[in-house]
Ligand binder design. Structure first.
Ligand code: NDP
Length: 315
């Protein structure tokens, strides 16, 4: 069985930042990228809010930079998916691509989260070209324009409010006749003059060739269709943390996000650390993911020093 000191699972900003720190600490990290190397930023266009890029940078180009920096200090980056873990004993065991077994002294989980989508063909085709799952990331591109947002949870309300400050008009598409969001969030939305809530409404199609030009929606009770002249279409119907392989093996909240000790990246398993969106449903930004990636590498380094010390005392 292959033995690894620091195993990093996932290759978004959190994973790469953990790799940069761990590699510079000469811990010889091995990273398995997952099936979408680079993570969610690979499906974004321009990133304008990551500090250090005054002119902005395309999401994929930014992830190339992260990767190059991690490689520069010797991270062993491999394409592969962690398919099973056994954290019931130490060292920690992880199976890659259902066949390769590794034994790790520490594991950094940076598997991220995936936005949920409506499932329309036009939504995927125009993703990054007017369709987005992150208002905080992309809202700025639509300032002064009319946009739509789908969803009725706290995220949708928060993002609709955020968009209302930048955009001329925000249509909020709610599939039922009530919202799931907290009352406070709802009342903020309902009291914002340039947000129009479309109750009982579903999206039929997003129209446009090279970018969003409009959205066709239908009222589920009356069957009346309406064309919304929008240039931006935001989907805020929830995120799914990528934690299937950890179910029943680690502490997670009711939505499947890994639980970390506040102020650290420590999970309930000794030697296992979590960073980025897999443990954060609140901020979900590249820069916050990178920050927690740094924390995970430092926590792993301290943990390994402590283990070595324990070993020396016993020996
Ligand atoms: P939620 O799961 O809470 O809400 C998802 C929303 O999307 C629901 O209103 C749901 O509708 C709607 N939806 C789901 N699928 C579809 C679909 N196919 N078509 C149309 N609408 C759809 O996700 P959130 O991301 O809003 O929140 C996740 C968690 O994070 C929650 O616990 C939330 O409270 C928390 N959060 C807290 C914040 C804060 O406190 N500041 C900010 C943001 C999130 P329906 O209701 O009909 O099922």
């Amino acid at each position: 069985m292959e033995k690894i000191k620091v195993l990093i699972i996932g290759s978004g900003p959190a994973g790469y930042t953990a790799a940069i720190y761990a590699a510079r600490a000469e811990l010889k990290p091995v990273m398995y990228t997952g099936i979408q190397p680079g993570g969610q930023l690979m499906i974004t266009t321009e990133v304008e809010n990551y500090p250090g890029y005054p002119e902005g940078i395309m999401g994929p180009a930014m992830m190339d930079n992260f990767r190059a920096q991690a490689e520069r200090f010797g991270t062993d980056i491999r394409y592969g998916l962690a398919t099973e873990v056994d954290f019931s004993s130490y060292p920690l065991k992880v199976t890659i691509d259902e066949e390769h077994q590794v034994e790790a002294e520490s594991v950094i989980i940076a598997t991220g989260a995936s936005a949920k989508w409506l499932g329309l063909e036009s939504e995927q085709r125009l993703n990054g070209f007017g369709v987005s799952a992150c208002a905080v990331c992309d809202g700025f591109f639509f300032r002064g324009q009319d946009v739509a947002i789908v969803g009725a949870g706290d995220t949708a309300c928060e993002e609709a409010t955020y968009l209302s400050k930048l955009c001329k008009k925000v249509y909020m598409i709610v599939r039922r006749e009530e919202m799931r969001a907290s009352k406070a969030m709802q009342s903020r939305v309902l009291n914002t003059p340039n947000i129009e809530v479309l109750w009982n409404t579903e999206t039929k199609e997003i129209l446009g060739d090279k970018g969003v030009e409009a959205a066709m929606v239908i009222n589920r009770t009356t069957g009346v269709e309406r064309k919304l002249d929008v240039t931006g279409f935001f989907v805020a119907i929830g995120h799914q943390p990528n934690t299937d392989i950890f179910k029943g093996k680690m502490q997670m909240d009711e939505n499947g996000y890994l639980i970390t000790v506040p102020g650290s990246s420590k999970t309930n398993i000794e030697g296992v650390f979590a960073c980025g969106d897999v443990q954060d449903h609140v901020y979900r930004q590249a820069v916050t993911a990178a920050g927690t990636g740094c924390m995970a590498a430092l926590d792993a380094e301290r943990f390994l020093v402590m283990k070595e010390h324990e070993h020396d005392v016993i020996a």
